[in-house]
Design a protein around this ligand. Structure first.
Ligand code: AMP
Length: 254
């Protein structure tokens, strides 16, 4: 199985903005995969994105990571829109559609990258999905599928409260199900593992409410376009990943 965060692309163009270049050229000559990953907070989208990234070579593009990167690096230099976005994130609220869409538009080059992409955390509303469709059309590319990861609410709470993320390379762990070899230290880069502010109890409840309000119309949007694939997120990351590969028609390695 792949180790968390074993892909090496630093995603600089995505995380820091269009003026930056990624450390590694995208893989050419392979089939290009462009996927949207949908599902509630804590369902394991980030982990599946890492596994898919290692398998397909597509770049993991998370809007939440953009906000977290802006928060940790450039608060004093952040635009007023980014400051608002960071405040929403820390309070467990959704960032306004226009702000998120503008941020993705600025990074449209990442969407037409020959390496493909795995969009994680965007779109989160039907309005964002409509904007993404327009952005993709303007870039001359299409989505292969929208993968929707499903899990009962109680299991989601447990997953979120135990989640830890590497402050340096962003690899995702879980204190019970996907623990690092040394507690609090990233296996890949040795960075400190931290609990995201929005994974704390108070923020979790708010995120669930925001999620429930917006997800149904989003699922309808992709179902109407025959792009929606529902995947059970129960079980281990490898079990879920096998379901993903079956759904996408990818080979299963034993
Ligand atoms: P995530 O890592 O995807 O769970 O995102 C963390 C936080 O960033 C969310 O709780 C929101 O505050 C904000 N965020 C990320 N992506 C979006 C989005 N597409 N729309 C609105 N808010 C977002």
């Amino acid at each position: 199985m792949s180790t968390p965060g074993s892909y090496s692309n630093d995603r600089a163009a995505w995380l820091k903005g269009p003026g930056h270049r990624c450390s590694e050229a995208p893989a050419r000559g392979k089939r290009v995969w462009r996927l949207v990953l949908l599902g509630p907070p804590g369902v394991g989208k980030g982990t599946q994105a890492q596994l898919l990234c290692d398998e397909l070579g597509s770049c993991h593009l998370s809007t939440g990571d953009v906000f977290r990167a802006a928060r940790s690096m450039e608060m004093d230099k952040a635009s007023p829109a980014m400051v608002t976005a960071i405040e929403c994130m820390v309070g467990g609220k959704l960032v306004p559609d226009l702000t998120v869409v503008n941020l993705v538009k600025e990074r449209a080059k990442c969407l037409r990258c020959v390496g493909g992409f795995l969009l994680d955390g965007f779109p989160r509303t039907a309005a964002q999905a409509g904007s993404l469709e327009e952005i993709l059309q303007s870039q001359g590319v299409t989505l292969n599928a929208a993968l929707y990861f499903e899990l009962p609410l109680e299991q989601l709470r447990t997953r979120l409260s135990g989640r830890r993320t590497c402050g340096r390379c962003k690899a995702v762990y879980h204190v019970a199900n996907r623990a690092s070899a040394v507690a609090g230290v990233c296996d890949t880069c040795g960075g400190d593992l931290v609990q995201r502010e929005d994974d704390r109890e108070e923020a979790i409840e708010k995120r669930m409410v925001a999620y429930n309000l917006t997800m149904e119309p989003l699922l309808t949007f992709y179902a109407e376009r025959k792009l929606l694939m529902r995947i059970s997120a129960a079980g281990s990351p490898d079990q879920v990943f096998t379901r993903v590969k079956v759904a996408l028609g990818l080979p299963i390695h034993e």
